[in-house]
Design a binder for this molecule. Structure first.
Ligand code: HEM
Length: 161
């Protein structure tokens, strides 16, 4: 995911416009994202355990109230980042801590690329023909910046970073 260059004004506008269409029903769209995520990487399923109980299938996980809370939390973080597009750095400390928490529950930093793919998939499903290559590029860059901040929370990053 590209994250080097700052977002242009047009890219920020594209992100805001497209997020408006998603944010009206966050749980529904968040479920599209996580359904795709488990399709792409079923090994992420065991990381979600509530009261030490493992889910036996993605379907069971996707309908558990605790997991639905996580879906809403993810959408809220993205919503907060979209609200701070002009100044993402004010969320850096929060995102770094969020990265730390994810490392603590066993998430590998590499899995956030698969989350990015699933996010783009969800946007495409929601936006249809409005999901242009410009919209895709803007979201890739934006998500890259969010993940860059979360990565700071990992103690040891994979080789080459
Ligand atoms: C590989 C994908 C992910 C996995 C496996 C994962 C897993 C988890 C787990 C197991 C927890 C603790 C239990 C819970 O609160 O439900 C958690 C908490 C949380 N996750 Fe994730 N997560 C993932 C991606 C994300 C993403 C992309 C975001 C936001 C951008 C996010 C935001 C949060 C938040 C806000 C919390 C609550 C942290 C707190 O308690 O302060 N997660 N996650």
């Amino acid at each position: 995911m590209e994250s080097g260059m700052p977002l242009s004004g047009r890219q920020r506008a594209l992100i805001r416009e497209s997020w408006q269409r998603v944010s009206g029903s966050p749980e529904q769209h968040g479920l599209v994202l996580f359904t795709r995520l488990f399709d792409l990487d079923p090994d992420l399923l065991p990381l979600f355990q509530y009261n030490c109980k493992q889910f036996s299938s993605p379907q069971e996980c996707l309908s558990a109230p605790e997991f639905l809370d996580h879906v809403r939390k993810v959408m809220l973080v993205i919503d907060a980042a979209v609200s701070h597009l002009e100044n993402l750095s004010c969320l850096e400390e929060y995102l770094c801590n969020l990265g730390k928490k994810h490392q603590a529950v066993g998430v590998k930093v590499e899995s956030f690329s698969t989350v990015g793919e699933s996010l783009l998939y969800m946007l495409e499903k929601c936006l249809g023909t409005a999901f242009s290559s410009d919209v895709q590029e803007a979201w890739s860059k934006f998500y890259g910046a969010v993940v860059k901040a979360m990565r700071q929370g990992w103690d040891t990053l994979p080789e080459g970073d």
